[in-house]
Design a binder for this molecule. Structure first.
Ligand code: HEM
Length: 195
């Protein structure tokens, strides 16, 4: 049962990307995370890989100004930096992590909104995945898993409000098609980054 949110644009995005989302569940590192089988070294490596994706993608999305949202409501790459630091990674090591060569500089606002749907939607699964780390990181506070728990932060955009922004951006079929293209492209890049 999908998380509740009456949104035409979200329904369209969800259908268009369902197969790509499902495939991510089979990527070994995410399957291990979901099953509570990750060790600390693998978790730190996953955070580093996520940072190398999110930091450039979030910058590209921000540049295109997805309408109706403030960057502080959705940006999360800094949380990956905090989690990596909390788990012992130095600033120098974080700076040297490989980064995705994102080609988003020509994105329209609607296309960036589709990319943001992927980034933001992952906070829904992130809440569940964070619970599978109890054996690795301290339960008190978010130390080491603030990225996965970001969707529960009071300052973070709520899913319902994000869906409203999706609908406002996608009032016409052309904009919705742009959003869907942005979401498909982002899922494709993410999948390729992890396999
Ligand atoms: C094992 C890894 C993952 C699990 C277990 C998982 C699980 C979930 C769950 C439970 C939901 C909410 C359920 C629903 O409303 O239908 C969800 C939604 C979503 N997830 Fe994941 N997820 C995972 C990885 C990812 C990743 C890595 C991404 C993107 C990079 C992602 C993108 C999304 C999106 C876009 C949605 C919103 C779908 C919608 O519109 O309903 N997920 N995920």
């Amino acid at each position: 049962m999908p998380v509740s949110c009456q949104s035409t644009a979200r329904t369209e995005l969800r259908h268009a990307t369902a197969a790509a989302h499902e495939r991510l569940h089979e990527v070994p590192v995410f399957a291990a995370l979901a099953a509570g089988r990750l060790d600390l070294a693998a978790y730190v490596s996953l955070l580093g890989r996520l940072y190398g994706f999110h930091d450039p993608f979030e910058a590209a999305i921000d540049l295109a100004r997805p309408p109706g949202l403030q960057p502080a409501e959705w940006r999360r790459a800094h949380l990956l930096q905090s989690d990596l630091a909390a788990l012992g990674q130095s600033d120098a090591a974080i700076r040297q992590l490989p980064r995705h060569p994102v080609v988003g500089s020509q994105w329209t606002p609607a296309r960036s909104m589709g990319a943001l749907y992927v980034i933001e939607g992952s906070t829904l699964g992130g809440r569940l995945l964070a619970r599978q780390l109890d054996h690795l990181v301290p339960a008190d506070g978010d130390c080491g898993r603030s990225f996965l728990l970001a969707g529960t932060d009071t300052g973070h955009v709520r899913w319902r409000d994000f869906c409203t922004a999706l609908d406002r951006c996608g009032t016409d079929p052309a904009s919705r098609a742009e959003m869907v293209a942005g979401a498909i492209e982002t899922f494709r890049c993410f999948e390729a980054w992890f396999v």
